[in-house]
Design a protein around this ligand. Sequence first.
Ligand SMILES: *[C@@H]1O[C@H](CO)[C@@H](O)[C@H](O)[C@H]1NC(C)=O
Ligand SMILES: *[C@@H]1O[C@H](CO)[C@@H](O)[C@H](O)[C@H]1NC(C)=O
Ligand SMILES: *[C@@H]1O[C@H](CO)[C@@H](O)[C@H](O)[C@H]1NC(C)=O
Ligand SMILES: *[C@@H]1O[C@H](CO)[C@@H](O)[C@H](O)[C@H]1NC(C)=O
Ligand SMILES: *[C@@H]1O[C@H](CO)[C@@H](O)[C@H](O)[C@H]1NC(C)=O
Ligand SMILES: *[C@@H]1O[C@H](CO)[C@@H](O)[C@H](O)[C@H]1NC(C)=O
Length: 468
Amino acid sequence: MAILSSPGPKIQLIAGVLLTTIPLWLLAWHFRVRNPLFVSRHIPIHNAWTVDREMFMHEWMGNQIGNPPNSSSVALLCGKADIKWQPNVVLDLDDANGGIGNVRGNIFDFLGLAILTGSSIMLPSFQSRSAEDLSALWNGKIPFDTFFDTEHFVSTFASACPKMDIYQPSTDHSLLPPLHNRYSMPSMRQDLHPESLGTENPNTPEAAVENFSHWLKAQPDYDAQKTSLVSVGRTLWEGLDTRALPSAVRRDFGNSLRLVPEVRRLAAIVTYNLARQYHIHTIDPRLPYYPSAFLGAHLRTEIDAKNAGWLNDEGAAAHANFTGQTDAYLSQAVERGLNVIYVASGNSSEISHFAQKAWSRHNFNVTSKASLLSDSDLEALNNLTWDQQGLVDYEVLRRSSYLAGFARSSFAFNIAITRNEFVGVNQEVLRRRPGDVRKEDVAFDDGISKIWGRFVWQEERMLRGAWP
Ligand SMILES: *[C@@H]1O[C@H](CO)[C@@H](O)[C@H](O)[C@H]1NC(C)=O
Ligand SMILES: *[C@@H]1O[C@H](CO)[C@@H](O)[C@H](O)[C@H]1NC(C)=O
Ligand SMILES: *[C@@H]1O[C@H](CO)[C@@H](O)[C@H](O)[C@H]1NC(C)=O
Ligand SMILES: *[C@@H]1O[C@H](CO)[C@@H](O)[C@H](O)[C@H]1NC(C)=O
Ligand SMILES: *[C@@H]1O[C@H](CO)[C@@H](O)[C@H](O)[C@H]1NC(C)=O
Ligand SMILES: *[C@@H]1O[C@H](CO)[C@@H](O)[C@H](O)[C@H]1NC(C)=O
């Protein structure tokens, strides 16, 4: 195993950025002043006309939830005085799986356990989905950087959590064999399991730490003098109660799982092209979301959703199938007067079908990542796996004016939870509590995101258990 070190030369990077930024900024300023399109002299307009594509992408990528990174907020988790650090206990997340929503949930539960027990970790891996059968989720482990930015993750924890060592398998695969038994973490969610309080095994973070410590000492092949690798079974939103933590901690810990730069680059180009093609002047690449630009809709009708029975799901009856989802999403576009809809879907015929419907009913345009990319960018998109392509949508939807999603999907729900942070951070007055964002047939509605249908099992876990 090899310890990952902190990433490299920050000073050069900052100098490089400044040197390229200043001339571009001057050019943009010059252009804005001279451009007759922008009649207002008082509101500085910053968009795909006043900055060039490279600058737009640069600013877009530099603007991420949790930026600027604030390691002191993540350090609040790692710096607790009662954590007993045991660097030679290395936890390995054994079986994370699914799309980005579930994989994030699995990894954050795992990280919470690792931090509270003072353990080291293996850089988490997860299972891949089959390209031939999208319902087949167990196709072998794939590395962290299939979805996430390794350098960002490692540097976040190197500064905020210096006592947690992060290992990754070295190229010669000389891994330690794990302890024979696999560890299963009990839930830490007191709010989900109030009946457990006062029993021998209450569902609290403290009890989970005790549980792990007892379990480890009871393992016949555990030797405290040696490095031990411990396989940890996945849990989903059973870790820390995120709402019990300050917003800055939620945001910055959540931001440790930043998506890979290639995905973010493609999402930036998609957004730039979206603005240009549909003449949307309100997309400022420096904003965390664009209040009046486009509806971001997650059309979750692909074959795997159908196979899982989601499209005739009882809890979401009226909003479950293609008709139900698209009717609901169009109603949101009408409500906000958004005549451009960016649709996230892994099925091109479903996208065309929605586009026809939106145009024939309301003269709204529906567009998607594949139709907003061309040439080598489109080729780069097509080179990605189905789930990686979905990550491009994940990034674009995060910044949409109004998000439209379906309750069965943790993908849409997690984006809604992330966006709720903007509401909280920017306009404290609009801050909602989880209980305020549900309605009879709407799982989540905070004014900038609406998740249609109900899926109580997931709502209960995600509202307090999912990280922005
Ligand atoms: C960083 O987080 C800490 C702890 O939450 C907070 O006190 C501090 O104000 C934050 N700094 C910035 C620049 O947001
Ligand atoms: C740990 O928690 C699990 C699940 O609640 C329980 O079955 C097990 O007995 C606990 N182990 C110890 C050593 O407390
Ligand atoms: C795409 O949707 C069509 C129906 O519009 C369906 O026949 C097809 O199986 C779907 N394919 C995938 C990969 O989801
Ligand atoms: C879609 O769902 C609605 C509500 O359950 C139902 O009335 C309709 O027949 C369904 N449409 C299709 C094509 O299955
Ligand atoms: C919007 O959709 C209509 C109908 O498909 C199409 O004719 C029009 O060109 C689209 N608008 C843009 C800006 O692409
Ligand atoms: C796409 O993948 C092919 C085959 O691996 C490779 O030759 C090509 O350069 C890739 N294209 C882009 C734009 O990444």
